[in-house]
Design a protein around this ligand. Structure first.
Ligand code: NAP
Length: 399
């Protein structure tokens, strides 16, 4: 089967039986993890479809491997291939230090306008956690990916740009900024907020989830984070008036999704104290960066944390952790984050049966207590196995 690209139209993804999916294996431990993950994906797709469907994997280069072979950290052909095939999966990439590129991940997100960073955080039985009842946390975080202080508009202390901005702020708006300041800009738009919150509500609808919480610091930053909250409520009322209601206004028939908002610092406490009261969380970029790592830590750390960067018609799925270079080539690290990112990818494409099998496989391997070092060192009675043996265990439990 030669395969064909995934399409996208008004009704969403159009997925052929043999879609071509580009992959970036990643740096450091990336190749070990990718080898294991691809076997799991192929087995799950084969089992779920009785051999009718398969993935035609196409390797594309990025990171150190790309730099060695082409002299570029992110060759144009890679971006073109992802644009053509629309959905890709990647391992972790080294962030090159002292080059023009800030981060390959950020560059990919910008080029393809992958505006929603989606991170499900749920506990798998057996995974060590610092919490007393980690199974109570089961949330999906939608982090805005393109705006906020991460937009990259900042000027060094002492630069002519910072001096000019200070002048304008002082002269035209009467706002003084200390002379030796660096200055960063925090843009947040109605457009950027609404499309993020829209995606979060659609996700809650599709998965039958009970609430969407807007997480913000609008009490302090009224015109940016406060507007995020207001625009979020507005899009819910305007476009999802039938299925959503505002906290405190329960009771309307058919409205099953509670829209609520929380101040970000209080939300960090809530996630630890009353995590079972939350399901989908939507938030600006910086809040989302912190909160998704904190939530991942509650359910067992980065080795288990999947993610997806999704736009309209483009998506790149990736583990949350880095390249863990000290373990490169040792067939040692936990492949679950990439494997569960693959489960997210299949679910996004409408192959829920494949996603479910992968999750069942991970659960089964954990219950068998044959796990990689990071889990084995904290799980009484567990036996440490290699990345590839762990993948074998997952495949054995897919069904
Ligand atoms: P890291 O690679 O995530 O590793 C930090 C530690 O986390 C590891 O030493 C290991 O802990 C644990 N860990 C990470 N992945 C694991 C896995 N799959 N299984 C088990 N344990 C795992 O973070 P870093 O050392 O700060 O970053 C290394 C490189 O990765 C940098 O170049 C950074 O820029 C890049 N990075 C890339 C991405 C991305 O591509 N998405 C994300 C973050 C960082 P122990 O030492 O306790 O075993």
């Amino acid at each position: 089967m030669s395969g064909s690209p995934i399409g996208y139209g008004p009704a969403g993804w159009q997925v052929p039986d043999a879609p071509i999916i580009p992959f970036i294996e990643g740096d450091g431990t990336g190749p070990d993890i990718w080898r294991a993950s691809q076997r799991v994906f192929d087995a799950a797709v084969h089992q779920a479809s009785g051999g009718r469907r398969r993935i035609v994997w196409r390797e594309v280069l990025a990171g150190e491997k790309a730099f060695r072979q082409t002299g570029s950290w992110l060759p144009d052909e890679t971006v073109d291939a992802i644009r053509t095939h629309r959905v890709a999966i990647k391992g972790p990439l080294t962030t090159p230090v002292g080059t023009g590129i800030r981060s390959l991940n950020v560059t990919l997100r910008k080029l393809l306008d992958l505006y929603a960073c989606i991170r499900p955080c749920r506990h798998y039985p057996g995974v060590p956690s610092p919490m007393k009842a980690p199974e109570k946390l089961d949330v999906v975080i939608f982090r805005e990916n393109t705006e906020d202080v991460y937009a990259g508009i900042e000027f060094a202390a002492g630069s002519p740009e910072a001096a000019r901005l200070r002048e304008v702020l002082q002269g035209e708006f009467g706002k003084s900024v200390r002379e030796d300041s660096a200055i960063g800009i925090k843009p947040m738009s109605r457009f950027g907020t609404e499309r993020l919150v829209r995606k979060a509500i659609r996700y809650a609808e599709a998965h039958g989830l009970p609430s969407v919480t807007l997480v913000h610091k609008g009490n302090i930053m009224k015109f940016t984070e406060g507007a995020f909250r207001d625009w979020g409520y507005e899009v819910a009322a305007r476009e999802f008036g039938g299925t959503t209601y505002r906290e405190g206004e329960e009771g309307r028939p058919g409205a099953s999704i509670r829209m609520q908002d929380r101040i970000a610092d209080a939300m960090f406490q809530q996630l630890m104290l009353r995590p079972d009261e939350y399901s989908v969380l939507a938030m600006p970029n910086l809040n989302g960066d912190y909160m998704s790592d904190a939530a991942a830590a509650q359910v067992g750390g980065l080795g288990m944390a999947p993610g997806g960067n999704v736009g309209d018609g483009y998506a790149v799925f990736e583990a949350t952790h880095g390249t863990a270079p000290k373990y490169a080539g040792l067939d040692k690290v936990n492949p679950c984050a990439v494997i569960l990112s693959g489960a997210m990818m299949f679910e996004e494409l409408g192959w829920e049966d494949v996603g479910r099998r992968i999750i069942a496989g991970v659960r089964g391997a954990l219950e068998a207590k044959l796990v990689t070092y990071d889990i084995a060192r904290q799980l009484p009675g567990a036996t440490e196995v290699s990345t590839s043996t762990f993948a074998d265990q997952i495949i054995q439990h897919l069904g």
